[in-house]
Design a protein around this ligand. Structure first.
Ligand code: ATP
Ligand code: MG
Length: 406
């Protein structure tokens, strides 16, 4: 008790946002790095949203002070987009005392929707005089008496969560899931191949969630595609940047390559050669950008270029691992995730696809690398790659505040 009295306790309960991360697999020094990185990401995210806030790291959670209303909603919108965040709870912060918790519970539930409740408690301060179960029982019966709600431990409408730490306690009646995963920067750097379609932004998001940092790369045929696709990609990057921190976007001119391919390769094989050309150019880019892999939105069997044979033929020219996290996903799952992360509405805006340029309506579905090596033999790759890399357009895309809503 004596130690507790040293800390300054706020005179009345304070409203906070408590940010939890999953602890699975985190040990030793890893944990500290993870925590520091996540704290930085949350601070940066809030700054991008115009909220310069102190993000405290206490007792295996991050805490941001915020009054209910628009500001809390905005903090929640930011935090639930950040990889590494398991869930976010608007909470009341009190003294680590039972009476304070009981009073806070009643205040909290006055704002909550009607319905039954249960209380779940955890203590990280094991010197607290009551067990977790005793805390739940005491707070629960106080709620029943003073907030006039019925307890239901099996299917409650509201779960009231109490956490008692050494210096303070938190109580919350609402928990919003975040993406989970690892903070961006935990894994290596990769090039994310962004087409303008629905799949590739979702694939990149999944790899951000595994901690990769990503530079977006788009191969652009200026004469074929016009500017609409670039605006689309910038908008998509503005959404992904809430998860990534900020996103660099490289626009690589693709028309000289495509012209050379069209002059030499029969229509049925052009799509495959376009995709191989992308990986050949990307190999050089990866070295420049210190990237250790590529991300694509391929999903097995979705289109002619995604048969197992063609995927093999295309990847044969990639010099680094190709990560295709949607490979086993169905379109409905990809669409659902695109909606959840906020790229769907942008992705469905019409755009011209560079890979539909001068291809056959009946593309080859079973190619081999050897067959393509032979067909491509007349192409001067070094010259084509040099030409493409001379005019790469680099953009740095910041998180777009418009996507957070009002
Ligand atoms: P998406 O919905 O992402 O366009 P898709 O199902 O339409 O994918 P393809 O168009 O065959 O499939 O492309 C497969 C993958 O190749 C894309 O997800 C993307 O990662 C990459 N890709 C295709 N076109 C481009 C491009 N112009 N620039 C960069 N990457 C591309
Ligand atoms: Mg596409």
């Amino acid at each position: 008790m004596g130690a507790r009295a040293v800390f300054t306790i706020p005179p009345k309960p304070m409203r906070s946002i408590v940010i939890h991360y999953a602890e699975v697999g985190l040990k030793g020094g890893n944990r500290h790095q993870f925590e520091r990185r996540l704290q930085d990401r949350v601070r940066q995210g809030l700054k991008s949203a115009g909220l310069e806030r102190k993000v405290s790291h206490r007792d295996r959670r991050l805490v941001v002070q915020a009054e209910p209303g628009a500001e809390q909603a905005r903090i929640i919108a930011v935090a639930t987009r950040i990889p590494g965040v398991a869930h976010v709870m608007p909470a009341m912060r009190t003294e680590p005392e039972l009476e304070a918790l009981k009073a806070a519970a009643v205040t909290l539930l006055a704002d909550a929707p009607a319905g039954t409740f249960k209380v779940e408690s955890r203590r990280s301060d094991k010197s607290f005089p009551l067990t977790s179960i005793q805390v739940s029982q005491a707070v629960g019966s106080h709620i029943a008496d003073h907030a006039h709600r019925v307890a239901d431990v099996h299917t409650p409408d509201i779960t009231v969560r109490v956490h008692i730490g050494p210096r303070e306690a938190f109580i919350s009646a609402h928990r919003i899931p975040g993406p989970g995963g690892l903070p961006v920067g935990s894994a290596t750097h990769m090039l994310g191949m962004l087409s303008g379609g629905l799949d590739s932004p979702v694939a990149i998001w999944k790899m951000l969630r595994r901690g990769a940092t990503v530079t977006g790369v788009h191969f652009h045929n200026r004469t074929m595609q016009g500017h609409a696709v670039i605006e689309k990609l910038e908008d998509i990057a503005g959404v992904l940047a809430w998860s990534a921190g900020k996103l660099q976007l490289l626009i690589v001119p693709f028309e000289p390559c495509q012209r050379a391919i069209v002059g030499l390769v029969p229509p049925a094989y052009r799509m495959i050669v376009y995709r191989r050309a992308m990986f050949r150019i990307a190999s050089r880019l990866a070295r420049q950008e210190y990237a250790l892999g590529y991300i694509t939105g391929d999903s097995l069997g979705q289109v002619a270029s995604q048969t197992p044979e063609n995927i093999h033929t295309i990847r044969a020219v990639a010099d680094l691992p190709v990560y295709a996290p949607l490979i086993g996903d169905d379109k409905v799952e990809i669409v659902e995730l695109a909606r959840r992360i906020g790229t769907y509405d942008i992705s469905i805006r019409p755009h011209d696809d560079c890979c539909s340029f001068m291809i056959s309506s009946n593309p080859a579905t079973k190619t081999t690398p050897e067959q393509m090596d032979e067909i491509e033999a007349g192409l001067d790759w070094d010259a084509l790659i040099d030409e493409a890399l001379e005019r790469v357009d680099r953009r740095v895309i910041e998180p777009d505040p418009a996507v957070l809503g009002a």
